[in-house]
Design a protein around this ligand. Structure first.
Ligand code: ATP
Ligand code: MG
Length: 224
């Protein structure tokens, strides 16, 4: 089992109030799955992805990652875990506009000890090749189309060879043809062994999933 959540409770504090966002969630994900998380706006999808990806914490419950209990990791252990095991892709690509494509894809390598400095360029070239955009290595993000920027974001997510890719509405800002390109890229990565956990509103994309979970007000209402 790659991921196991047991009875997770997540609250956000807003002033004196506390919002109960995830309610007694249980979730099991095997290595190699392509999981799609669906649910209305505000149902807790991003919150769930962020806590699975060590970007956020939770109040109660247990989280096992690869059989290791990661519930009580401190901040620096959490960022180590994130940098070495997880790649993120976002709706708005989140590339850094002032950096070149090379430098954007290099970023995860600067936060991890996985590759030595002398290996970095070869790794960056390999990842750009994988997404079909090696020729863009020296340009800046805003010189690229949305679909190309998202491919670069995928290359960046792949830089440290993470086991899992988390994608929060990765096609939300793309037209349908470009969405299909990105989905086919994710599908190929999944066939190559990456576990993909993706949030989407787009019902047409469920065909890519090996597992579909639906969140409603912080509770899973169905799992297929
Ligand atoms: N940092 C925060 N502080 C307080 N409340 C938050 C915070 N982030 C999210 N929330 C609240 O938690 C609930 C779940 O938010 P979340 O972003 O996880 O929803 P979502 O399912 O991703 O929605 P969307 O489809 O619009 O992206 C919402 O009620 C939201 O207002
Ligand atoms: Mg969201």
């Amino acid at each position: 089992m790659l991921i196991s959540l047991d009875n997770i409770q997540k609250y956000y504090k807003v002033g004196k109030d506390s919002i109960h966002v995830l309610k007694s969630l249980n979730l099991q994900i095997e290595s190699g799955e392509f999981v799609i998380i669906m649910g209305k706006s505000g149902s807790g999808k991003t919150t769930l992805l962020n806590l699975l990806g060590f970007l956020d914490t939770f109040e109660e419950g247990r989280y096992l990652f690869n059989g290791k209990d990661v519930t009580d990791l401190n901040e620096s252990q959490r960022s180590d875990f994130r940098n070495n095991n997880i790649g993120f892709i976002f709706q708005q690509f989140n590339l850094i506009e002032t950096l070149s494509i090379y430098q954007n894809v290099e970023l995860p390598l600067l936060y991890s000890k996985k590759y030595k400095r002398s290996q970095r360029e070869a790794v960056i070239r390999e990842k750009l090749m994988q997404v079909g955009l090696l020729d863009k290595i020296d340009v800046k993000p805003l010189q690229l189309s949305g679909g190309q920027q998202q491919r670069i974001a995928v290359a960046r997510a792949l830089a440290n060879d993470p086991q899992i890719i988390f994608a929060d509405e990765p096609t939300g800002a793309l037209d349908s043809e470009t969405s299909t390109d990105i989905m086919e890229l994710l599908k190929r990565l999944n066939e190559g062994g990456k576990t993909i956990i993706m949030v989407t509103h787009d019902q047409d994309l469920v065909k890519y999933a090996t597992k579909i979970v639906r969140l409603k007000d912080g509770v899973f209402v169905s799992e297929v």
